[in-house]
Design a protein around this ligand. Structure first.
Ligand SMILES: NC(=O)c1ccc[n+]([C@@H]2O[C@H](COP(=O)([O-])OP(=O)(O)OC[C@H]3O[C@@H](n4cnc5c(N)ncnc54)[C@H](OP(=O)(O)O)[C@@H]3O)[C@@H](O)[C@H]2O)c1
Length: 352
């Protein structure tokens, strides 16, 4: 939906008409993925609709998020979160509406965002709820802006990147859901923004829609020479979503006292065994770089303020978002392959 048409929206108006199915379909993880999760790693299962007990809340899911982080959650590799148990519904963020609540903080009809899984219904507890939605924005906008992507872009850039007006900010996966927000937020802070992305069509979108000053197709450009030409004084902040050879190249263009935000590693196929590459420690030392790792789940206390700020900018028209909506739960098993293949155009999600 176009944000220009939002004037008289309220969150209750944003709720689509929805049904309450008599069974609960789940997309369960049935096999540990080798690398990017494939459709065969999941199976559709039908269960009875759960009945909430004391302190529990029954949610009807409406929009399921598809996030790169799910690859890590599905894998048994050492991770920052416990792996999803085989035979369980795939862990996922989602927006849903409360059907029945046995917690006084939540009422039937409330629209919530949280860890509700790839399923029709979630039986949940308050610790799994991330936000109660109240902004006058369509639900897909809310999943893009306040979902893991928007909040990550906002918090990782402001807490770790700390860009100043006039600085050069380079962003990888620049046309993706995190990257598109990082580019726009960096521009609004007065940075010179350079986006790296994987196709000419995405380059055009970076320039025309997300306001990047420059954008580069890293698959066809000679990246080192191109960066030298676009940022002859060097790069102040590199917001890295890919790792791998793109990081190795940008690292060697960093200015003294530059900051690297390690937000993602989309280009690394597997961490077992640990991949090898150029040794980078001398670059870090001689350039006096600060290299910060960021995990959005560490910052839950800041989500509501970040969401309010992102909503304000979206409603003012200074932040655009794009969503790529798949229809139906049966699309979930192959959605992560689509995402990692670069086939999404905006925040990837599944409407139920
Ligand atoms: N640390 C955190 O808390 C946190 C939270 C959210 C997301 N993230 C990270 O942020 C990054 C972006 O997430 P998103 O949701 O916005 O996804 P996205 O950018 O919409 O989609 C993933 C993109 O990764 C790129 N990609 C895939 N394989 C690649 C490869 N081999 N080399 C280089 N690029 C590759 C593709 O873009 P191109 O076509 O441009 O190559 C693809 O579209 C991910 O790495 C994710 O893990 C981190």
């Amino acid at each position: 939906m176009n944000l220009d048409r939002l004037g008289d929206y309220s969150v209750s108006m944003a709720l689509p008409s929805y049904d309450l199915p008599k069974t609960n379909r789940q997309v369960q993880l049935v096999r540990r993925p080798q690398g990017v999760p494939l459709a065969d790693d999941f199976a559709l299962s039908t269960q009875a609709v759960p009945v909430p007990g004391k302190g529990e809340i029954l949610i009807r899911n409406l929009l399921l998020s598809v996030d790169p982080a799910q690859r890590g959650w599905a894998s048994a590799e050492a991770n920052y979160a416990s792996p999803v148990a085989l035979g369980s519904p795939m862990r996922a963020l989602a927006i849903g509406v409360v059907v029945e609540s046995h917690d006084e903080a939540y009422q039937a009809g409330d629209c919530l965002y949280g860890f509700f899984g790839w399923q029709d219904y979630a039986l949940t507890t308050p610790d799994q709820i991330v936000l109660k939605l109240h902004h006058a924005l369509p639900l897909d906008a809310q999943l893009a802006l306040f979902g893991i992507s928007g909040i990550t872009a906002y918090l990782a850039l402001t807490l770790c990147g700390r860009p100043l007006a006039g600085e050069t900010l380079v962003v990888s996966t620049a046309a993706g859901s995190v990257g598109s927000f990082v580019g726009q937020l960096g521009k609004s802070m007065g940075c010179h923004t350079i986006g790296l992305t994987g196709s000419d069509e995405k380059v055009a979108r970076c320039l025309e829609r997300y306001g990047y000053d420059q954008a580069v197709n890293y698959k066809t450009a000679e990246l080192e020479a191109t960066l030298k030409a676009l940022a002859p004084q060097g790069v102040d902040v590199y917001f890295d979503n890919t790792g791998g050879s793109i990081l190795d190249t940008v690292l060697r263009q960093m200015k003294i006292a530059g900051r690297i935000v390690q937000c993602g590693t989309a280009s690394v196929g597997s961490w077992t065994p640990a991949p090898t590459g150029p040794r980078n420690e001398r670059e870090i030392m001689t350039r006096r770089l600060t290299w910060s790792g960021f995990i959005v789940l560490d910052h839950r206390a800041r989500y509501a303020q970040a969401a309010d700020d992102m909503a304000r900018m979206a409603l003012e028209g200074s932040l655009v978002y794009d969503t790529h909506i798949l229809q139906g739960l049966e699309q979930a098993p192959q959605a992560l392959s689509l995402l990692y293949g670069g086939g999404n155009h905006g925040k990837l999600m599944i409407a139920l």
